[in-house]
Design a protein around this ligand. Structure first.
Ligand code: SF4
Length: 303
């Protein structure tokens, strides 16, 4: 097949737009959407700093490389932050990819470790008697670690590698669970709250498959294996349902995202951001007295 834009050999078919694109036009199409997301999601002034959360997978490496390429020439500082949850045989390999790619991007790379910050690793949590999956604990602690580290390095924004597939799944999961308040709080964050670094998601409108192709065409080095504790049975069910709908009705994921963006202003008016206090134990922002991370750590008898 030939590229719909120039007639050269196509590298990809984009089912939701019905177009074939060659390498060059695919890369241009990809980067145009990332630039547009930056413009839509935040006013990022010269002299400010973006921290990029980098696990070492294709999504976060692509986010980091493009954030650096787009923002450094505009006088915006960019630094990478990786969280080492303590999953032997998995995380150290992906952090190595993050380090290599941060070096290629010419930006500093910071590593925040669960062991140092919280005195417990995800591998240890997985062995504990617990009522939730390791991901439930790991996700809360990772959000805390990222926010703390982003604040420590003086970041004004925190960019994450969330892609369109992740975003559509999160919207549908919260919607069908009836958790409308959580639905209202999905990023990107337009309101700044004290102590919370606002999240931006430059890849939120780009399907995972296109990110894989883009990262491969650009020669980015990324880590591909899966965390051994990854369970998330529910998210996997939503992934299968949405993929099936997308296959039969191309554009479904974008429709889910666009519908969400249309109703988000109304949701945000109904669910105003909670008034945040400083956690009495760690000082991180929380709607209550003790933040979720400290409550979980207390439960594990680690503090
Ligand atoms: Fe943590 Fe779960 Fe991600 Fe593994 S898959 S790093 S346990 S959140």
């Amino acid at each position: 097949m030939k590229c719909s834009a120039c007639g050269r050999d196509a590298a990809i078919f984009i089912p939701y737009s019905g177009r074939y694109l060659c390498e060059r036009h695919f890369i241009e199409f990809f980067e145009r959407r990332v630039r547009s997301e930056f413009r839509k999601q935040a006013d990022i002034p010269k002299g400010s700093k973006i921290g990029v959360a980098v696990s070492g997978g294709k999504d976060s490496i692509t986010t980091m490389r493009l954030t650096a390429e787009i923002m450094l020439p505009r006088g915006v500082k960019v630094e990478a932050v990786s969280v080492d949850e303590g999953v032997p045989g998995y995380r150290e390999l992906s952090i190595e990819k993050a380090r290599e790619e941060a070096e290629k991007a010419g930006i500093p790379h910071h590593v925040a470790s669960f062991g140092d910050m919280f005195g417990v690793t995800t591998a240890e949590i997985a062995l504990m008697k617990r009522d939730k999956s390791p991901c439930s604990y790991c996700g809360v602690l990772r959000r805390q670690a990222l926010n703390l580290t982003a604040r420590k390095i003086g970041a004004d924004f925190l960019a994450t590698g969330l892609n369109l597939d992740d975003t559509a799944q999160s919207i549908m999961m919260n919607f069908t669970k009836g958790d409308v308040e959580r639905l209202a709080r999905l990023g990107p964050h337009t309101r700044v709250q004290p102590g919370l670094i606002p999240r931006i998601q430059p890849l939120r409108s780009i399907p995972e498959r296109e990110i894989f192709l883009y990262a491969s065409l650009r020669g980015f080095s990324f880590h591909e294996s899966r965390c051994p504790h990854a369970g998330e049975a529910l998210r996997n069910e939503y992934r299968a349902i949405i993929n099936d709908l997308e296959e039969r009705h191309p554009g479904t994921r974008h429709s889910i995202l666009n519908s969400y963006d249309s109703i988000k202003p109304a949701l945000s008016m109904t669910f105003e951001p909670a008034n945040l206090n400083r956690c009495e134990r760690c000082g991180e922002p929380t709607p209550g007295r003790i933040c979720m991370a400290c409550r979980m750590l207390q439960q594990m008898k680690k503090i």
